[in-house]
Design a protein around this ligand. Structure first.
Ligand SMILES: Nc1ncnc2c1ncn2[C@@H]1O[C@H](COP(=O)(O)OP(=O)(O)OP(=O)(O)O)[C@@H](O)[C@H]1O
Length: 278
């Protein structure tokens, strides 16, 4: 398997930035999570996978405070969001950058205006300063300077993803949450986006929580993978260890034809494709 770029810290030395324990989420009679435990360690890219409806998005929304869990504990940087004052909670939320499925850009604003919104609202920058920072964030995600004045409808799917990522990075977050970031991209666009995530993690020291169905993304970006199944995290470990787990879903997913192809492609990546400095 190809090495993921950057340093891979041992879980035991690394500091958990998110600790989820005994998490339960229920919608009426429908139990989505029951006694779910998961840690996210500083500097890692954790891939979160599982069959459709296993609760990956609900888990992400619970961690960032968009959904109040039925029960259980979630600590982020050692704090429980619900226990914080509104001001402290708002400061905490600024340490998260979130890229939702679909991107969620404002269609009536151009890209630099879109990215300036959180800078004006939360960092209290004046508009010209906010738009200057916005242009830097767009450049960071690989968009050309002329993209700043374009509207979302004028962009390709890959450019929309990059612009949405630029907005997620607007406030210099420490943890980046990505919900299926390569969904809808062609394979070349998806591979370029994967490389961008690893590059940004290495350059900015981000910690990344990545929900995905994309096996190529898992193999090319993730330090660890957490599998959601049977209402909990069945296993959270390196890809090699996870892929060797005898669970039926895991075997079908990682060792079926697509899993084998992704593993083979990862093993045969060039150093540049692995994100190493060449
Ligand atoms: N607001 C809600 N009300 C009722 N049920 C919900 C709500 N949000 C999520 N669910 C249910 O929770 C379950 C998990 O949903 P979730 O979107 O987290 O799944 P997922 O693993 O992200 O799926 P996919 O891979 O298809 O995106 C689903 O059965 C969904 O219908």
């Amino acid at each position: 398997m190809a090495a993921v770029a950057g340093t891979r810290q041992s879980q035991h030395q690394a500091e958990p930035v998110i600790e989820v324990s005994n998490l339960c989420n229920r919608f009426g009679e429908h139990v989505v999570h029951e006694d779910l435990d998961l840690n996210l360690y500083r500097g890692e890219i954790l891939g979160v996978v599982g069959g459709s409806g296993t609760g990956k998005s609900v888990l992400l929304r619970s961690i960032i405070g968009l959904r109040k869990p039925t029960s259980g504990n979630i600590r982020v940087f050692g704090e429980t969001l619900d226990a914080l004052s509104p001001r402290a909670r708002s400061r905490m939320e600024q340490r998260f950058g979130v890229l939702f499925q679909g991107g969620a850009l404002f269609t009536s604003l151009n890209l630099q205006e879109n990215i300036a919104v959180p800078l004006i609202e939360h960092a209290r920058l004046k508009r010209p300063d906010a738009e200057r920072v916005a242009r830097m964030k767009l450049a960071l995600t690989g968009l050309p300077p002329d993209a700043a004045l374009k509207y979302p409808a004028e962009l390709s799917g890959g450019m929309v993803k990059r612009a949405s990522l630029a907005r997620a990075l607007a406030l210099d977050p420490e943890i980046l949450f990505l919900d299926e970031p390569t969904a809808g991209l062609d394979p070349i666009g998806a591979a370029a986006f994967d490389e961008l995530i690893v590059t940004l993690r290495n350059a900015l020291g981000l910690t990344v929580f990545l929900v995905t169905h994309d096996l190529d993304t898992l193999y090319s970006t993730c330090d660890r993978v957490a599998v959601l199944s049977q209402k909990r995290v069945l296993v959270a470990d390196t890809l090699e260890t996870v892929a060797a787990n005898p669970d039926e879903w895991i075997q079908d997913y990682f060792n079926g034809p697509r899993g084998r192809a992704a593993s083979y492609a990862a093993a045969n990546r060039t150093p540049r494709q692995q994100g190493e400095n060449v």
